[in-house]
Design a protein around this ligand. Structure first.
Ligand code: KIV
Ligand code: ZN
Length: 517
């Protein structure tokens, strides 16, 4: 049995199915680049049949990524498989992942198909997908609640038809670790051709057991785990990639396998996904939470100073936490700026781009004494985003806020190059600012989320704001960073508005909710 555990990331597919977590094509490319740098084996980039936008996003990822396999999801129907095949076609290494439910409740209530029809359809879908690629994954959806003998027959048929990976999903997060581990062992023991495919697992977190179930399966021979950054995903989410990877790596004495991942990319990936989706990470989240390596109690601090292993089982730097090193300041020159960014693997396409980023760095350094890597990353993120969404720009703003008085905001926006201003009172400085912006852009989108967090420590830290807007079924997230959180809020709001004007994916199909097969 292989000692490599294949890491399959589905942040951009199952993760994107979390309400409000939709990602644009460019955001998917940015996330995919970080995943590739992390050496994730398989990147499931989306569900191409959901809409043209989804198809194009998967295809763009397939064109960009060289070192990871790019995968597209498809229901077990011709049209979905055709779309997935077309989306992964430019990939160096592409995979089609097709699925069909096998539990009694899904077959009867959702598919309205008999078990024999499901068996036949599964076999057909895998065979059909194999016409486009040798790399086909099959998932019997809701395997965790399927009848064992029937599941064995479907898995055997899928492998026989050419599935190279068989993924066993606990779609509704119903299983418990011992049971789920046994399921994998029994499948491997009872399906006659089980040695011809890699067994994979895909666990949801409805009972908070997704990681435990996945690891129990690894102990019983699963050699691919499907997971997401920060545990993003449908409902309570999927197994969290960072927890799986670090559990296996930290407990080499327990697990007979390891991943090929560069774990130092975990924290940057977590931050990027949190910023893009607006799903912030809870402070006590394992591995990537702000407190994951913080020691509050005096006894713990004393222990860690004497010997780190007294209270730490992993090293913060091994998963990509930087030590908040002061990297640059007001007096740093253009070369120092450029070379630090190169160390962070940010390259500039032209001198003009470098100059404009450097000018922004100087503006920030005027306001903030110490500039950390996180500040530089936020600066670059902003640069990338502005390049894509340029219609509306924040040209200037002023907010007056006094104790006992209603705050008033004056905002100037540049709309397609023409400046317009408006003034508005509000219930607080941010509310006044958003209302002034609404007057200019005649916005009627609904604010779904407003969240603020500090990028680094200290009162001069930049605030990072996420805004989520919804209009006519479309949901867009905006991100803004500034040492002034009201300005950061305005930037985030403007970005979300810009995205609403650009983003065209209105009627997206949902792979698991759609009834028709
Ligand atoms: O949870 C699930 O069953 C899925 C499948 C599409 C693999 O996401
Ligand atoms: Zn799922």
């Amino acid at each position: 049995m292989s000692d490599q555990l294949i890491i399959f990331d589905t942040t951009m597919r199952d993760g994107e199915q979390s309400p409000g977590a939709s990602m644009t094509r460019d955001e998917k490319i940015r996330i995919a680049r970080v995943l590739e740098k992390m050496r994730v084996d398989v990147i499931e980039a989306g569900f191409p049949a959901a809409s043209k936008g989804d198809h194009d996003a998967v295809r763009a990822v397939a064109k960009t990524i060289e070192d990871s396999t790019v995968c597209g999801l498809a229901r077990a129907v011709r049209s979905d498989i055709d779309r997935a095949a077309s989306a992964i076609e430019p990939a160096e290494s592409g995979r089609i992942h097709t699925f069909l439910a096998t539990s009694p409740i899904h077959m009867k209530e959702k598919l309205r198909m008999t078990p024999d029809e499901v068996l036949k359809q599964a076999r057909w879908a895998v065979r059909y997908a194999r016409q486009f690629t040798d790399n086909v994954e099959f998932s019997p959806e809701d395997a965790g609640r399927s009848e064992f003998d029937f599941l064995c027959r479907v898995v055997e048929a899928a492998v026989d038809a050419g599935a190279t990976t068989v993924n066993i999903p606990d779609t509704v997060g119903y299983n418990v670790p011992e049971q789920f581990g046994n399921l994998i062992r029994r499948l491997r023991d009872n399906v006659p051709n089980s040695d011809k495919a890699v067994f994979s697992v895909h666990c949801h977190n409805d009972l908070g057991l997704a990681v435990a179930n996945s690891l129990a399966a690894v102990l019983q021979g699963a050699r691919q785990v499907e997971s997401t950054i920060n545990g993003l995903g449908e409902r309570a989410g999927n197994a969290s990639l960072e927890e799986i990877v670090m559990a296996v790596r930290t407990r080499r004495d327990v697990f007979p396998c390891d991943t090929r991942l560069d774990a130092t990319q975990i924290v940057p990936a977590s931050r990027l996904v949190a910023g893009i989706t607006g799903f912030q990470v809870q402070p006590n989240k394992a591995v990537v939470g702000a407190n994951a390596f913080a020691h509050e109690s005096g006894i713990h601090q004393d222990g860690v100073i004497k010997s780190r292993e007294t209270y730490e089982i992993m090293r913060a730097e091994d998963v990509g936490w930087s030590t908040n090193r002061m990297v640059l300041g007001k007096h740093s020159g253009r070369n120092a700026f450029k070379s630090r960014l190169r160390e962070l693997e940010v390259e500039f396409a032209s001198e003009e781009e470098l100059n404009s980023a450097f000018a922004r760095f100087k503006d920030l350094a005027d306001k903030k004494h110490e500039i950390f890597d996180e500040d530089l990353q936020a600066l670059i993120t902003e640069r990338e985003i502005e390049q894509v969404y340029e219609r509306i720009k924040l040209a200037g703003m002023q907010v007056c806020s006094r104790t006992g008085e209603t705050p008033v905001a004056n905002v100037t926006l540049s709309m397609d190059g023409v400046e317009q201003s408006a003034q508005s009172p509000g219930d607080g400085a941010v509310d006044a600012t958003f209302k002034a912006i609404d007057k200019i852009v005649e916005n009627d989108a609904e604010l779904k989320l407003f969240s603020v967090s500090a990028i680094t420590g200290g009162t001069d830290a930049q605030g990072e704001v996420t805004v989520r807007l919804e209009k006519g079924g479309r949901v867009c997230n905006g991100l803004g960073a500034d040492t002034d959180i009201v300005i950061a809020s305005a930037k985030a709001y403007v970005m979300a508005l810009n995205k609403l004007t650009v983003e065209t994916r209105t009627h997206r199909g949902h792979p698991q909710r759609s009834q028709a097969i």
